[in-house]
Design a protein around this ligand. Structure first.
Ligand code: SAH
Length: 221
């Protein structure tokens, strides 16, 4: 449950209901995902000057040359992660504003999220705590290394696009677990890819064309 989720005008319940209807029309079916999108106050995760556009189905800037993803993509990736079996713990690479982590936190038991820009980790931590969302753990660092202390994860979600999914992250998945990531091809185009860990191997399937910021090496202050 999210506290401080009320708002007026374009950040009101009506604007959120409209967004949820649009997502349904675009094919999002999982009621847990739709309910999470309805309950997380996206207007608090974007720059204040843009809060009146927070319930439009668009990506928006969050500072540091980064963006909060389009709600449809957040919903689609969350649905893709949940499909195929129970999910209790999720690792996210690319905390950004903390919105995707907040949406996941409505559905799963615990979310771990890593961000390479320290200022973003700080502001996300502050906002999630203000909203009373206390099942998200944040870390400042390079997501390519994963979060080995808390392995294995039932789900791993990358919200920045690598050329190839780091092997280290795949090894942090539980058997039966899924990893969802935008992966950049040699032509610069990105595809949403899902890896499912089976007993012996990883099964890879391609979902949609997407557009994310690149996954960058190392952490910044
Ligand atoms: N999930 C975010 C949006 C992600 S934007 C949200 O809901 O707001 C992508 C984020 O990935 C950026 O903040 C960027 O700094 C971060 N990032 C890029 N490469 C990274 C890496 N190697 N490790 C951790 N974070 C990374």
């Amino acid at each position: 449950m999210v506290s401080d989720a009320s708002g007026a005008g374009l950040t009101s319940g009506r604007a959120r209901d409209r967004l949820v209807r649009i997502l349904e029309q675009q094919g999002i079916r999982d009621p847990r995902v739709l309910e999470a999108i309805r309950s997380v106050p996206r207007h608090l995760f974007v720059e204040e000057a843009l809060s009146h556009r927070a319930y439009e189905n668009i990506a928006l800037p969050i500072g540091h040359r980064q963006t909060i993803s389009q709600p449809f993509i957040v919903a689609r990736m969350t649905e893709a992660l949940l499909e195929g079996g129970p999910v209790s713990t999720v690792l996210e690479i690319g905390t950004g504003s903390g919105y995707q982590a907040a949406v996941l936190a409505q559905i799963v038991d615990r979310v771990y999220s890593i961000e390479r820009i320290q200022a973003l980790t700080r502001s996300a931590r502050e906002l999630l705590s203000r909203l009373g969302i206390n099942n998200v753990n944040l870390r400042h660092g390079d997501g390519a290394e994963g979060w080995p202390e808390k392995t294995p994860y039932d789900g791993i979600i990358l919200t920045a696009a690598p050329r190839e999914v780091p092997e280290t992250l795949l090894t942090q998945l539980a058997p039966g677990g899924r990893l969802v990531a935008p992966v950049e091809g040699p032509d610069g185009r990105q595809q949403l890819v899902r890896y499912t860990r089976t007993e012996e191997a990883f099964v890879r399937d391609v979902l949609d064309a997407v557009m994310f910021v690149p996954m960058l090496p190392g952490a910044e202050q």
